[in-house]
Design a protein around this ligand. Structure first.
Ligand SMILES: C[S@@+](CC[C@H](N)C(=O)[O-])C[C@H]1O[C@@H](n2cnc3c(N)ncnc32)[C@H](O)[C@@H]1O
Length: 260
């Protein structure tokens, strides 16, 4: 019976029951005498085991909410983080004329959250999205209901001759020996880690970004809480109007800059 599970100590048991039976929480509590059949018990037991082993709930359900939309996720994609919603807020406030067909690039799109959310909010924008993972791009394409130009390749190699009014990226930025990685072992390492100081990819992006940004265009980067100063000094040669942003935990999390 559902009741037996509801009173158990299994991690996220209510969500796991809901996922198994395709019913919402209210239904579960109203029907707590429902007897699960053999298939349902088997499915639930697998979910309970995986969740107890630390598999994130989003990988079990195959979905995660971000901003105003729901996204499919797989183990080929990073699970969208609420911190990244900050990039959307910044981007949406950047241009006052929403009818302009601004050219926007989301570098390292993963499940597509940044590109798809922006395209949904601003159908006039011409949005491109890249990733070097073909599997991540397949997920992003499934998530997309808009006309987004998806390209595969390492950073700017995916868009060799194009320029944009705004380039946004939430690149990998964790240090390779960071102890937090132990808790993230189910997510793709290539979406998380970027060399000894976590800045290898950000360095690559900043080095080439000026060749892909229109005059007075913007670069917006998410980064680790302790990387702000280093990134500012990397930006100073080609960029001005450097603006920093904290996330909802008051940690340094994003930097906006404008091509000189
Ligand atoms: C931190 S994840 C961000 C994913 C997504 N934008 C998000 O915010 O959830 C970084 C993404 O960059 C991609 N990536 C890593 N190295 C790359 C490279 N050299 N070129 C292009 N994409 C890369 C990863 O596959 C991953 O999807």
């Amino acid at each position: 019976m559902i009741r037996k599970y509801l009173t158990s100590q299994h991690k996220d048991i209510i969500q796991l029951l809901s996922l198994t039976l395709g019913k919402n929480n209210a239904w579960l509590f109203a029907n707590d005498n429902y007897q699960l059949n053999k298939d349902e018990i088997q499915k639930l037991n697998v979910l309970i085991k995986n969740r107890a082993n630390g598999v994130p709930f989003a990988y079990l359900s195959g979905a995660k909410g971000f901003y105003h939309l729901d996204f499919k996720v797989t183990t080929d994609t990073l699970i969208p983080r609420p911190e990244t919603e900050l990039l959307i807020d910044i981007a949406l406030n950047l241009f006052t004329d929403n009818k302009e067909p601004y050219n926007i690039l989301d570098l390292g799109t993963g499940s597509g959250i940044i590109a798809i959310t922006l395209a949904d909010k601003n159908p006039h924008w011409q949005v491109s999205a890249t990733d070097f993972s073909q599997y991540a791009l397949e997920v992003a394409k499934k998530n997309s209901t808009n006309d987004i130009n998806f390209q595969q390749g390492s950073w700017f190699d995916a868009v060799p001759k194009q320029r944009f009014d705004l380039i946004i990226s939430n690149p990998p930025y964790i240090k390779e020996n960071d102890p937090h990685l132990l808790k993230l072992k189910h997510e793709p390492i290539s979406a998380l880690v970027s060399g000894k100081d976590g800045l290898d990819d950000i360095r690559l992006i900043i080095k080439r970004a000026h060749q892909h940004i229109n005059k007075r265009g913007y670069l917006l980067l998410e980064h680790g809480y302790d990387q702000q100063e280093e990134i500012i000094s990397l930006l100073q040669e080609k960029f001005s109007y450097i603006k920093t942003f904290k996330d909802y935990n008051f940690k340094n999390r994003a930097i906006l800059s404008r091509l000189k």
